[in-house]
Every structure is written in structure tokens, then in C-alpha cells.
Design a protein. Structure first.
Length: 127
């Protein structure tokens, strides 16, 4: 656990947080950024918008937003209309992982048996 905040440190933080950079406050108080941010949050301190505009020049989210009037590349196209054609199977082709009919029937029977067993276990567990 870190050292406790004194009243003088809290007052200094209140004064400097509005106008000074966080690194300058760290040096003067001898604490790290996380401690300062946590204490400022607990004191409900906020920086003014002018300070943010000067020290945080990158506008949030505006660089990656769509501009007004932007048209998407797939506007008016049906979903998947042109995407799957080169990879579709030709007539008579079978995928490499297709199971024979007999094996598919056996797997279906096994899944039904497992389902029935699970249902019976649930029924008898309730008793």
C-alpha cells in the first residue's frame, strides 16, 4: 500500500491539476501518474476544456470516422453476391470432408442416443 496523502499534497494537487502538466505535478509531489489520476478522480477534479485543447491536440475519434457523403463500396449489392463465386463447387464435385450416407446415419443415431441419455439423467436426477 502506498503512502497516505497529506492535506498539503491534496491542496497542491487541487491547485496544480487545472494548469500544470501531469509530469510536473509528479515531480513536485514525488508520486507517479497513477496515484495522481486516482486521487484527482476521488476529489472529482477535471481539467478545463481549454487545457485539453492545448495539451491533447489529437481530436478523439474524428480521424477514423466516415466523412459526410461517404458511400460504402458495397452499397446496393446483395450480401455475398460476388464474393463466393470463385470458390463454389462445380457440378459433380464433392467436398473432401463429406461422409458416406451410412456413416452419417450412424452419427445421427449416436447423437439421438446421447440426447436421450442426457434427458433421462436429468429426469432421474430431479427425483
Amino acid at each position: 500500500m502506498g503512502k497516505r496523502w497529506t492535506q498539503a499534497e491534496t491542496d497542491t494537487l487541487r491547485e496544480m491539476y487545472q494548469t500544470h502538466h501531469i509530469d510536473a505535478i509528479c515531480e513536485s509531489l514525488g508520486r507517479n501518474r497513477h496515484q495522481l489520476y486516482d486521487k484527482a478522480r476521488s476529489l472529482k477534479l477535471q481539467r478545463p476544456n481549454k487545457w485539453r485543447a492545448l495539451h491533447c491536440p489529437i481530436p478523439t475519434n474524428t480521424a477514423t470516422r466516415f466523412k459526410k457523403g461517404h458511400e460504402t463500396w458495397n452499397k446496393g449489392k446483395k450480401l455475398g453476391s460476388d464474393w463466393g463465386k470463385p470458390t463454389q463447387f462445380k457440378k459433380g464435385q464433392v467436398p473432401h470432408n463429406k461422409l458416406p450416407q451410412e456413416l452419417r446415419e450412424v452419427t445421427m443415431m449416436l447423437s439421438r442416443l446421447k440426447k436421450n441419455i442426457n434427458e433421462r439423467e436429468k429426469r432421474y436426477a430431479k427425483r
